[in-house]
Design a protein around this ligand. Structure first.
Ligand code: GLU
Length: 469
């Protein structure tokens, strides 16, 4: 039984570009499990590939995590700074007789590969049993001396017990010819030194867990608990790829999802707490347990993501949404004046219920930022015949005398006007809408008038009246 108060989890990304949502979910699960157990969550940047691990690739991972609100409990560990320690661990394995120098040259390796294939067995270097002195000063790699018999059990917390026949595991390289450590060695050394108790990661690493287990055992170290979570698939059940849409966390941000909505959605991707769809971070931490991680691959479901995000949009602070939506408008080259910003801010609480994302909220509020005179499309212009224009003129005066400029009062004022005119709202509603918002989408008339404010509403209405028909 693991001492649950001492749980240490980690997220160990290889910086190769953006933070993918699969990685983001892995990070989140590690964070939630640490929070659930009162343990600690760490981040290790697996940057031993110095060519791919550029500063910008590393930054992209940090930016993605920061946006998502997934923060570690300590400074990140950079794997490349630990190379001396990795070499030390290999030396220890060598001293214990659990590693050997392999001087095989390329041609010999080819021949052994062919022989192994023909005999249906894994590749074994002849140097496993040879005297290293015979290698002289030729270049060599250091290989792990994997047991030839028996089996290795990975008692996975998600997959259940998975058994590997040792004879099917080859002697993996620990240290390359250039003295650099390989992934499996570095991971074991780092997880051990960081005190990691639970390795929660994508199930593409399940086979590595067997190899890593053998290295832990050879060193006499405690093997951490493993939890290999199924990968995220696209809505069609196929492995997630570009054709399914957004992949990187940054793309989801760009599509107008809120970080808290994304966190909630990602937590539900492969894990659940009954039928609860919407929950707080605290509830997620309270409820999250590896035992409840689903064995089948989770499917990305855009409709569900939109639904979840919409719930968060509804509860999001209006000033914050205004900031975010203003940024979207600006990215669309819309100029925002001070008055325009006030109209935008007024519109947000009136229309946000209907928006799944901040991009949709930008579409729904675009009418507030139109510059005057509002450009009318062909259809709207046709609607403004002399009878309608005369009626809009009377409506202008009617609204001008309206002292209370809020949605309920305006709603009543519009009804009253229809009554006075002896017509239905439909007789002037569409025309009023065009004068206020042109071809842009707008909420119900009372809300649109409220968001625009009295001066702007009457100004736009007046523009339409003075425009040549
Ligand atoms: N760096 C590895 C990756 O990004 C993960 C290693 C691990 O979690 O053990 O796939």
């Amino acid at each position: 039984m693991t001492d649950r108060s001492a749980v240490v989890t980690r997220f160990a990304p290889s910086p190769t570009g953006d933070l993918h949502i699969g990685g983001a979910r892995t990070a989140l699960f590690n964070l939630l499990y640490a929070r659930h157990t009162g343990g600690r969550f760490l981040i290790r940047v697996e940057d031993t590939d110095r060519e791919r691990s550029t500063a910008s690739a590393v930054q992209a991972i940090f930016d993605g995590l920061a946006w998502l609100g997934v923060a570690a409990d300590a400074e990140p560990v950079f794997q490349h700074t630990r190379i001396d320690r990795h070499r030390e661990v290999v030396a220890e394995l060598l001293a214990k007789g659990r590693a050997y120098k392999d001087f095989t040259i390329a041609e010999e390796l080819e021949a052994e590969r062919a022989a192994a294939r023909a005999e249906g067995r894994v590749v074994r270097s002849a140097w496993r049993d040879r005297d290293p002195a015979e290698g002289g000063d030729r270049p060599f790699v250091l290989r792990f001396k994997s047991p030839l018999e028996g089996e290795t059990l990975v008692d996975d917390l998600v997959k259940g017990p998975v058994r590997f026949q040792n004879k099917e595991l080859d002697d993996l390289v620990l240290l390359r010819t250039d003295d650099t450590p390989t992934y499996n060695l570095a991971v074991v050394a780092d997880d051990h030194d960081m005190g990691v108790t639970h390795v929660i990661r994508g199930d593409d690493h399940l086979n590595n867990a067997a190899r890593q287990t053998l290295i832990y055992q050879a060193l006499g170290w405690t093997v951490p608990a493993f939890a290999h979570i199924p990968l995220i698939h696209g809505p069609d059940g196929a492995k997630l790829s570009k054709r399914h849409g957004a992949q990187a966390v940054g793309e989801f941000a760009g599509q107008g999802y809120l970080p808290e909505g994304m966190r909630n959605y990602l937590a539900r991707l492969g894990w659940g707490h009954g039928d609860d769809e919407i929950f707080t971070d605290a509830q997620a931490a309270e409820w999250f347990d590896i035992a409840d991680v689903v064995k089948a691959p989770a499917r990305l479901d855009w409709a569900k993501l939109n639904f979840v995000n919409q719930q968060y949009m509804r509860h999001a602070d209006d000033a914050r949404l205004t900031e975010m939506v203003a940024a979207v408008h600006q990215s669309r080259d819309v100029t925002i004046t001070e008055a325009g910003r006030a109209r935008l801010a007024a519109a947000i609480p009136l229309v946000k219920e209907g928006a799944h994302t901040t991009l949709e909220l930008a579409d729904l509020t675009a009418f507030t930022l139109l510059s005057r005179p509002v450009v009318l499309d062909e259809k709207s212009r046709k609607r403004l015949d002399s009878e309608t224009l005369a009626r809009l003129g009377r409506l202008h005066d009617h609204l001008n005398s309206e002292a209370q400029w809020d949605a309920p009062s305006l709603e009543a004022a519009l009804r009253k006007f229809a009554e006075i005119e002896g017509v239905g709202l439909g007789k002037f509603g569409g025309a009023l809408r065009s004068t206020l918002s042109g071809a842009a989408s707008a909420p119900d008339l009372a809300s649109a008038l409220t968001a625009l404010g009295k001066a702007e509403s009457l100004g736009r209405l007046g523009d339409a009246l003075s425009q040549p028909a």
